[in-house]
Design a binder for this molecule. Structure first.
Ligand code: ZN
Length: 328
């Protein structure tokens, strides 16, 4: 058994080496196959256009290392600085949409800001890719320490990491659509369930509806908790129920099926209140929620990078990149 496998490995190695030599020979000798960049070169072979799940996971760890990032905190300010520099270095047009919010407990004024990144800003038809980047003030579902430290690796960190990696792709995406990233502040600056959620997405949607820009969003996709080691992406109930977002959901899950990413399960399971409600209801932007709600560490101290994975980020990223590339 052992010997057989060694022989097999040797045989495979030799065939691989011969194949490689042959391929090199063909590439070098076939006329017109030189590697100078041209218009017809497939996009996938350009550097940095492939979604890299491992790099995305490194981004997730980098963001979590800043500590808790609730609205108005030092951690949030550090994150804003890091992200602005990151997206600018990738070639994005970065701006902040600042607003103020009343602290639900002490009534003080909390400065908040959505982070806005545009790719190919001249394109008038646009796609909105978004996530929240604030973390919940406390892990209030933690049975041991509900007033402990919450770093939101999946809930907060995963959406940020996904967009940080997607920036490499968005900068080079061809076609008629431009892409905007928005990272919402104040998604869950909540201390009790009566406190308002989705403050940042509501502010963004009101300003889009009330003071319309010169472009329109064709579709929006919201990412929330997309890095769970045990990834299962059911369709979110509202996103499948609304007539204007149903085709979007079908398209994304069809792309996943074509790629063989079986973690995208093509049936609805949870009805989730999230930032997509404000975007669609106030902004009239057809937006679906891409969320894995089967996450045992949700709102606990255990929402840490160990319970997230590069593979899960890679699967979501690859599906979204393929979906963006097939848009007509
Ligand atoms: Zn949350």
């Amino acid at each position: 058994m052992r010997r057989f496998s060694i022989r097999l490995v040797l045989l495979l190695a030799v065939s691989f080496a011969v194949g490689l030599l042959l391929a090199t020979y063909l590439v070098v000798t076939v006329p017109g196959h030189a590697s100078e960049p041209g218009e017809n070169e497939p996009v996938a072979t350009e550097p940095d256009t492939k979604f890299d799940g491992r790099r995305a996971y490194d981004y997730l760890k980098q963001v979590v290392a800043l500590g808790p990032r609730p609205s108005g905190s030092a951690g949030m300010r550090a994150q804003q600085k890091l992200l602005a520099a990151h997206f600018r270095a990738q070639g994005g047009k970065v701006s902040f949409q600042a607003f103020r919010h009343r602290h639900p407990i002490d009534g003080s004024t909390v400065p908040m800001a959505n982070l806005f990144v545009q790719w190919h800003p001249q394109r008038k038809q646009r796609i909105l890719l978004c996530a929240h980047y604030d973390t919940r003030p406390f892990p209030d579902r933690d049975k041991v320490n509900p007033r402990g430290r919450f770093v939101g690796a999946n809930d907060g960190g995963s959406g940020v990491a996904l967009l940080m990696e997607l920036g490499h792709v968005a900068a080079r995406l061809k076609g008629r659509y431009g892409i905007d990233f928005v990272l919402f502040d104040g998604e869950e600056f909540v201390f009790s369930d009566r406190d308002p959620y989705f403050v940042g997405s509501e502010y963004f949607a009101r300003s889009y509806a009330g003071n319309p820009p010169s472009f329109r969003y064709r579709w929006g996709v919201l990412f929330d908790m997309v890095a769970d080691t045990d990834l299962q992406l059911f369709q979110e109930v509202n996103s499948t129920r609304w007539r204007d977002t149903r085709p979007l959901v079908n398209d994304i899950w069809n792309v996943a099926r074509q790629l063989g990413v079986t973690e995208f399960v093509a049936r609805p399971k949870y009805e989730i209140r999230d930032d997509h409600l404000k975007l669609r209801q106030i902004g009239r932007i057809p937006t679906c929620d891409l969320i894995d709600f089967d996450y045992p560490w949700w709102h606990t101290e255990g929402d840490t990078p160990e319970h997230c994975s590069a593979e899960s980020l890679d699967k979501v990223g690859r599906v979204i990149v393929a979906w963006l590339r097939q848009l007509k």
